[in-house]
Design a protein around this ligand. Sequence first.
Ligand SMILES: C[S@@+](CC[C@H](N)C(=O)[O-])C[C@H]1O[C@@H](n2cnc3c(N)ncnc32)[C@H](O)[C@@H]1O
Length: 239
Amino acid sequence: MARQGYVSLLSGGGTAYAADTADMISSRTRVLEASAYAPLIEAVASAAAGDVVVDVGAGTGHYLAAAVTAVDGRGVGLDLSKFAARSIARCHPAVGAVVADAWQDLPIAGGVADTVLSVFAPRNTAEFARVLRPGGRVVVLGPGPDHLAEMVDGLGMIGQDKDKAARLEAQFADGFELIDHRDIRAVTAVDRDLAVDVVMMGPAAFHSRRAEIAARAQELDEPLSITVDTTLRIYRLAC
Ligand SMILES: C[S@@+](CC[C@H](N)C(=O)[O-])C[C@H]1O[C@@H](n2cnc3c(N)ncnc32)[C@H](O)[C@@H]1O
């Protein structure tokens, strides 16, 4: 158990995947604590059901904390990043934080979770099915085609892959039934610093420096508009 309150269960060989850095988690925290993503957090929380919520790729823990509060239950947040795990450990008193690789066997017993959250995160659907109780659900939130489009045009962020929705549906085709599906879209005004955080909380941070993105942001007029374009899907484990 790390003194910051999480458990690391990464197997000895480590992992081939890139974990979020401390700076990415700080940027993500600022974005999730501003109003732009509030409708997403609310939608995910209200889609959770039952008592035990597992968030795979939980990041800062904001979505998990809201879901656990909504169901008045308990939760576990898994993430590859120890910086994420530190934040998850503090997000809610009834949440445990674990560093683990979502592409390996999850360190969770079979048939114990009522809800699995997968929010902009890796989807190991075979493991989701194993850890869910019969009739349990996966709440998936992912980007739509226009997600953060202004950041793609104005700040050089990588655009959304147009085949993402079809790939997602194929991943859940076996063993799950889609029970709800809706788009959540909002346009919000943000200042330059938050726009830079929106870019630097994601994979762009692996190949761009904050100063470069901030310099580009200086050329744009404030306030900047950002479109949050996402789809929420709820899949029930088929019996
Ligand atoms: C785009 S962030 C989303 C975080 C959070 N769900 C949210 O939306 O705020 C993706 C998260 O998945 C984590 N991640 C990436 N690869 C992973 C893996 N193989 N196993 C577990 N977590 C992973 C990253 O460290 C990061 O925190």
